[in-house]
Design a binder for this molecule. Structure first.
Ligand code: SAM
Length: 269
């Protein structure tokens, strides 16, 4: 990796400029991408999927790491030739030109893998929900989001950012913000600051049916987050549902922990 031209030189050589429609904000400082990869690992030879490699700053750091196979999923065809330059022919790197919202991760790797991504902000939340609720569950997910979204993933009860995304994320994984990055760390800089969230699946993952019920309960409860549960959950059973779940009906959604929401989901008919 050390013999390669800098990421900026590579972008210039290929005449590539960031496209807004693809949510492109690049990390061109390899010290930053190496740090993210250190926070994501160790990989101990397991496969890593990277969504949205763009010019390949995170990819270079992944290829320097203890990752096994590295599979890239990039939607913008302009980056494929540039990414191919990172392939040493050993078979370790696979480049897939595809929309990450549509790919089946199980078709990309055999067995469990880690997911590392500086996510396109316009589809970041949709991708996270896909990975949390879909049939394929990674070993870990290390994902760059807008700071505000990262906070919504990792928040706990009582935090302003605590809501549906935190409950769904933490019903499936532990979630921790491991790094903050100012807008100036990216080229071009986005309007907002960013943060990296590290998620590790829990040993016991809720079944897809249980997750669907959890989504129904959290949508109703946080849809009217200033109301007491007895009224925000009225359509689903109101006070009776709360009592069946051992939750006080006069509290608001923001005070109920993930275990409480899972009990509410289980009490649903
Ligand atoms: N990983 C690079 C970095 O850190 O410099 C680029 C990050 S940039 C925020 C997001 C990348 O995701 C871009 O390369 C963009 O083309 C790609 N992308 C956008 N939407 C995508 C999608 N639906 N599926 C796969 N890649 C996508």
């Amino acid at each position: 990796m050390t013999d390669l031209p800098s990421l900026r030189e590579t972008l210039d050589a290929h005449g590539l400029l960031a496209k807004k429609s693809f949510g492109q904000h690049f990390l061109l400082d390899l010290n930053v991408t190496r740090k993210i990869v250190r926070l994501a690992g160790p990989f101990e030879g397991r496969a890593v999927i990277e969504v949205g490699p763009g010019p390949g700053g995170l990819t270079r750091a992944l290829l320097e790491s203890d990752a096994g196979p590295v599979v890239l999923v990039e939607k913008d065809p302009r980056f494929i030739p540039l990414l191919s330059e990172l392939d040493d022919g050993s078979g370790r790197l696979t480049i897939v030109e595809a929309d990450a919202l549509k790919v089946k991760e199980a078709d990309l790797v055999s067995g469990p893998a880690h997911m590392v991504s500086n996510l396109p902000y316009n589809v970041g939340t949709a991708l996270l929900i896909k990975w949390l609720t879909g049939p394929w569950l990674p070993h870990s997910l290390t994902l760059m989001f807008q700071k505000e979204v990262a906070e919504r993933v990792a928040a706990g009860p009582g935090d302003d950012a605590y809501g549906r995304l935190a409950v769904i994320s933490q019903a499936v994984c532990t979630a921790r913000i491991v790094m903050h990055l100012p807008a100036a760390a990216f080229t071009p800089p986005p309007k907002v600051a960013s943060a990296v969230v590290h998620l590790v699946p829990l040993d016991e993952r809720p079944s897809p049916e249980r997750l669907k019920k959890l989504e129904r309960v959290t949508a109703a409860a946080f849809g009217q987050r200033r109301k007491m549960l007895r009224s925000s959950l009225k359509q689903l059973g109101g006070a009776e549902l709360c009592e069946a779940a051992g939750i006080e009906p006069d509290v608001r959604a923001e005070t109920v922990d993930v275990a409480g929401f899972l009990r509410l989901a289980d009490a649903l008919a």
